[in-house]
Write a protein that binds this ligand. Structure first.
Ligand code: TEU
Length: 530
């Protein structure tokens, strides 16, 4: 039996606003992606995860969806998306679309109808509650600030409150309502019928709320995080996905408890989920080893593939994280302007690439990661777009800056030369040396490291099995085999270490010093057949 693709694919995340701009309005679009599909095929990834491309007022960069069955005109058309799916398939790339079930946009017809009259039946699709001058609960938005907003009735009088765990422009849906469940199963079929290979499920653990609306209290079941009933929803989604052979459901599940996380990956629920435990882990040998072992143990318990992710459109890019004293990531601790050694961070990012691409399971590449892009933290306040920044003082714009393709100055080929508008977020001029054109063919570049690693991974049988065996190693060194002939050695110590016996060096994240592996360097080896 061939291993299902989603068990060990390398999935490239496209953030459509920032990948490539085809029509010169400064915002990425489907034509831009179409023209750059060759970059992905050449890179050697297996699939694309497309962040939301649906009609949206863009209050949260598309994660505020007004219509799940169409494409926002700033990106293109539905017909354009359908042909892009076909073109991606023709290029050997699977396509994963992003579904946002926890909330919709204020512009969604359901919410517009709900606001039109206090007695509108659509109100039951949301969490409207009467209330005096105080909100129904003290719940906080994930972006900071209150999670409730009071409406104004058509006659101008203060109206009911409605719940939004993110921005007020993203009212939460009431997943206790059968129409809501039916609607999303129909949306899944809509995209599966158009050939998509997978669905990324946004904020998957937030869908159900305790109808009694209790306050969040320690020791008590959380009123809207990871409620047991959410699993009935994903069992139903799995039944839909199973109607379409070879499709996968991939959850965005931010949950610190590994066992509760694994519940989402039981055989009759989601196929996979993002491993934020690994993403947030410190660049530390002991902690990384524990994280890897914990990940493999938790996933094996439910028969799900592990996944390895270093960056995405919500977190500080890892070359920046790894260049700081605190190399971990959490939304709570996220800060800008903390001193960073980018040379060190990039060196560690190169080693982390070889680590994540040689661990058992699937791996993710966030656009720009293959270029070694770092977090742009000096975007002028006036140009900031992220609602999280507006509500909490720390935002995500810095990891969402349009990609540099070629040239010596912004817009670095992100837009056609005739572009009428600058990129929607400013690119740092220092990215001059990080363009695709500048890196292509340069053996020392991050791009060529990714291309080489993905080429080796594709052809290395050991990397397509669940096997991983730790090798004895010096303090501060992680070393493991994947099958009989392949090993990865990662030196996280402060001193060079000797390579274990081996037959061939396949790839190193940074130049070796003879037979010594310098600090913050990973090496892939072919072992002598034992
Ligand atoms: O992000 C979810 C997110 O931001 C997490 O903080 C989550 O809210 C929390 O940990 C609860 O589990 C997703 C998207 O990736 C992000 O871009 C969107 O802004 C957000 O959902 C709202 O759709």
């Amino acid at each position: 039996m061939a291993t299902p693709w989603w068990r060990d694919a390398v999935i490239y995340q496209i953030y459509p606003r920032s990948f490539a701009d085809g029509d010169g309005d400064g915002i990425g679009d489907l034509d831009g992606i179409r023209h750059r599909l060759g970059h992905l095929a050449d890179l050697g990834v297996d699939a694309i995860w497309m962040s939301p491309w649906y009609p949206s007022p863009m209050a949260d960069a598309g994660y505020d969806v007004a219509d799940f069955r169409d494409i926002d005109p700033v990106f293109g058309t539905l017909a354009g998306a359908e042909s892009l799916i076909r073109e991606a398939h023709a290029a050997g790339l699977r396509m994963i679309v992003d579904i946002v079930p926890n909330h919709v946009s204020r512009a969604h017809p359901w919410f517009a109808a709900a606001l039109a009259s206090p007695d509108a039946p659509e109100r039951d699709y949301f969490w409207f509650r009467p209330g005096g001058d105080t909100a129904p609960t003290g719940w906080r938005s994930e972006f900071g600030g209150p999670a409730w907003t009071r409406t104004t009735n058509p006659d101008g009088t203060p109206g009911d409150w409605y719940l939004h765990l993110f921005t007020p422009e993203q009212p939460d849906l009431n997943w206790d309502h059968p129409d809501v469940r039916a609607e999303f199963e129909s949306i899944l079929r809509f995209w599966f019928d158009r050939g998509v290979d997978g669905i990324r499920i946004d904020s998957a653990a937030l869908l159900l709320k305790d109808p009694a609306l209790p306050e969040v209290a320690d020791g008590a079941p959380h009123p809207y995080h990871d409620r047991d009933g959410v699993h009935d929803i994903y069992r139903a989604w799995r039944r839909v996905a199973d109607e379409y052979p070879g499709r996968a459901l991939i959850g965005e599940v931010w949950l610190p408890d590994p066992e509760r996380f694994a519940n989402y990956l039981r055989p009759d629920e989601l196929h996979a989920a993002f491993n934020f435990d690994f993403l947030g882990c410190a660049w530390d040998p002991g902690l990384l080893r524990e994280c890897i072992d914990r990940t493999l143990h938790v996933h094996a318990a439910v028969g799900a593939p592990a996944t390895w992710v270093l960056s995405n459109h919500d977190v500080t890019r890892h070359p920046t994280r790894y260049g700081r004293a605190d190399t971990t990531f959490s939304f709570a601790a996220k800060r800008e302007g903390v001193p960073v050694d980018l040379e060190l961070g990039t060196r560690r990012a190169r080693a982390a690439t070889l680590l994540s691409l040689s661990l058992p399971g699937a791996a993710y590449v966030y656009q720009g990661e293959e270029l070694g892009l770092w977090e742009h933290e000096s975007i002028p306040p006036g140009l900031r777009q992220d609602p999280m920044w507006a509500r909490s003082g720390h935002g995500r714009d810095g990891c969402r800056v349009p990609l540099p393709w070629h040239g010596d100055e912004p817009p670095f080929g992100f837009s056609p030369d005739s572009a009428a508008e600058p990129p929607w977020l400013p690119q740092p001029p220092e990215w001059k040396g990080l363009t695709v054109a500048a890196q292509r063919g340069d053996p020392s570049s991050m791009l060529e490291l990714y291309r080489a690693a993905l080429r080796v991974r594709r052809g290395e049988p050991g990397l397509h099995t669940p096997a991983l065996d730790w090798l004895p190693a010096a303090p501060g060194v992680l070393a493991f085999t994947r099958g009989p002939g392949f090993a990865c050695v990662l030196n996280l110590s402060a001193a060079p270490v000797a390579l274990p016996d081996h037959d061939t060096r396949l790839l190193a994240s940074s130049p070796l010093d003879g037979d010594l592996v310098p600090p913050d360097t990973a090496v892939w080896l072919r072992l002598q057949h034992r």
